[in-house]
Design a protein around this ligand. Structure first.
Ligand SMILES: Nc1nc2c(c(=O)[nH]1)N[C@H]1C(S)=C(S)[C@@H](COP(=O)(O)OP(=O)(O)OC[C@H]3O[C@@H](n4cnc5c(N)ncnc54)[C@H](O)[C@@H]3O)O[C@H]1N2
Ligand code: MOO
Length: 566
């Protein structure tokens, strides 16, 4: 962890803390039964995350309201629950993980064979590694930010490419005093006559200097007399303040190896070294299929309908994970549309949201069955998000099924989509890092939990678990810096936990995030025709939340130029 990040994180943690304390000071009770903890104890079918979130929200003691910490909660309110059984049957899965040679899921408490969390991530990375990716192509420099170098970056020129003055002052030849020549050299001027011994020439920083120059004297270290002669006021060392040609590199030197992500610094180096375009790994194309008849794209929730939280959230996160999002389509709960969309998708990764469970309109499993897809992961031992799945559609395409509950979808995104996209986009796995949890975190008896945390420097780095972490809630994660990986059984205060960074991406214009990316009904957003995606239109940030399907209106320049760092 770097210093600035710690400081930023501390701010975030403070804000999150404050926001959550303020919230708990409000008299309004959540619209849940009075004693949610007891209810959860009785109801073994209730997901433990949901129960914990309710307990934490509703049962915050008065002391907590007057300054308690967000990780504190009522003792005894949540003993480990019985394993959660869910009814989703693998029988309708085309080719289940059982038949896969990729792994042998251990027999778990679940009614079907779900995969342990670490193994699920490894399977996802391996599955993507087996895909033959599109060939690397040269991409204009200004559209490579966040992509990965497909070849080493080799200097196309010496740097500097000529002897250069490092300071404003005089270039001198031989010992002084020197006769100052009329005129001089500014940066960008092409050449001058040779300098004789005993001559000086005014120069600006960055000016090309002739070979004979033995030193540069800074303006503040020399003085001219009435006869136009320059006197040094300090000892002059041979070669001082001259940047000799090829000081940084010679033409042909390797500046960076392949597989390095293009950061702003890489962009600058590449430009300095003479590049107009870079050979980069193309972004894997992703199509997002948002399922659910209950979803609204604008206005307030009403009459059983709710706002779609995933359509606005996923495209930016997918881009930050290395993807080119070619479309976000809303298909309702229509099995035929889903099948047609999956069948015809040109994307290397299809991401569905919702419909992964076994409800009457949960069409993901039957669709995969109908398409004879191979289920590589069918459920993961993680909370939230355990119904997530990964399927191989054909030798080029995979599908990640994210559960509909929004935090469960984030869990699926980071568990399954992240390793797939990381591998397809040529990125190297981030080095895992640990932080001790400040507070106790209750665990699921058998499954890994992913819990939103704010990182804080106190003064050592600590992870502060946040409230409102139920599967249907985004409030905790919206205030968080990352997700703590809590092993089965939970974590004691001070216990080191792996932290999953959230893929943050900054918009390059107001139109780059959210609704502007979402195609309503079956409108496909334009894919453009370049290897990395979309022409950088004048992202207009359409307030309507609809796209017209033209490049200029897509407003997703973030995929090529908006900064896509995790
Ligand atoms: N009988 C069982 N029921 C459920 C199980 C189970 O194992 N057996 N698992 C529960 C868990 S855990 C989850 S998570 C969900 C997963 O369900 P689906 O993936 O089929 O998702 P839906 O039923 O379509 O939606 C669940 C929930 O999320 C809301 N939703 C859906 N899409 C969005 C969106 N884009 N933005 C905001 N909210 C969304 C949806 O309205 C539902 O409330 O299943 C449980 N049930
Ligand atoms: O608990 Mo579900 O897995 O809401 O994600």
């Amino acid at each position: 962890m770097t210093g600035p990040r710690d400081a930023k994180s501390a701010d975030r943690a403070d804000q999150a803390d404050r926001a959550q304390r303020e919230e708990r000071a409000e008299p309004a009770e959540p619209a849940e039964p009075a004693e949610p903890a007891e209810r959860a104890e009785r109801d073994h079918d209730q997901d433990v995350d949901e129960a914990l979130a309710l307990v934490r929200d509703a049962a915050a003691p008065p002391a907590d309201r007057s300054g308690g910490q967000p990780g504190e909660r009522t003792r005894g309110a949540h003993q480990p629950h019985e394993p959660h059984h869910h009814s989703h049957q693998p029988s309708h899965s085309a080719r289940s993980p059982h038949s896969s040679r990729e792994h042998q899921p251990r027999h778990s408490h679940h009614s079907h064979q779900s995969t342990p969390w670490p193994q699920a991530r490894a399977i996802a990375a391996r599955a993507a590694a087996a895909v033959r990716t599109r060939a690397a192509t040269p991409v204009p420099l200004d559209r490579t930010l966040g992509l990965v170098l497909a070849a080493p970056l080799t200097a196309l020129t010496d740097l500097p490419s000529f002897d250069t003055s490092a300071m404003d002052g005089w270039a001198v030849a031989g010992p002084g005093p020197w006769k100052v020549r009329d005129g001089g050299m500014l940066a960008g001027q092409s050449g001058t006559d040779a300098l004789a011994d005993g001559e000086a020439m005014p120069v600006a920083t960055g000016a090309r200097i002739p070979r004979e120059v033995t030193a540069v004297i800074r303006t503040e270290h020399g003085r001219t007399d009435g006869k136009g002669r320059l006197h040094a006021e300090r000892e002059v060392l041979h070669g001082q303040d001259i940047r000799p040609r090829a000081q940084e590199c010679r033409s042909g030197d390797q500046l960076l190896p392949a597989q390095i992500p293009v950061t702003p610094a890489v962009l600058g180096l590449a430009a300095a070294a003479g590049y107009d375009s870079l050979l980069v790994v193309p972004r894997p194309r992703v199509e997002v299929l948002v399922l659910g008849d209950e979803l609204l794209t604008e206005g307030l929730p009403r009459e059983g309908l709710i706002r779609d939280a995933l359509g606005p959230m996923l495209p930016s996160w997918l881009r930050a994970l290395g993807a080119e999002v070619i479309a976000v389509r809303r298909l309702g709960d229509d099995a035929k549309k889903l099948r047609a969309a999956v069948e015809s998708s040109p994307a290397e990764l299809v991401v569905t949201t919702g419909g992964t469970a076994s409800g009457p309109v949960d069409h993901v499993h039957p669709t995969l069955h109908a398409l004879d897809a191979e289920l590589l992961v069918d459920g993961v031992e993680v909370r939230p998000g355990h119904p997530m799945l990964l399927a191989r559609l054909d030798e080029r395409r995979h599908l990640v099924g994210l559960p509909g509950n929004p935090l469960a979808a984030v869990s699926g995104l980071l568990t399954l989509a992240e390793p797939v996209l990381r591998t397809l986009s040529g990125r190297i796995a981030p080095v895992p890092y640990l932080a001790p949890t400040r507070d106790e975190i209750h665990g699921h008896p058998h499954d890994t939990r992913l819990v939103p945390v704010a990182l804080r420097a106190e003064p050592q780095l600590v992870a502060v678990p946040l409230h409102y972490n139920g599967p249907a809630m985004l409030r905790g994660i919206a205030a968080s810096d990352g997700l703590a990986v809590v092993p089965p059984g939970g974590a004691k205060p001070g216990q080191e936990l792996e932290i999953l960074d959230l893929p943050w991406t900054l918009p390059s214009s107001p139109g780059d995030l959210g609704a502007g990316d979402v195609a309503t009904s079956n409108t496909r957003t334009s894919t453009g025709n370049s290897s990395t995606g979309n022409k950088r239109g004048k992202a207009s940030g359409k307030a309507s939340g609809r796209t017209s399907g033209t490049d200029g209106d897509r407003g997703d320049g973030a995929s090529s130029a908006g900064g896509c760092f995790t």
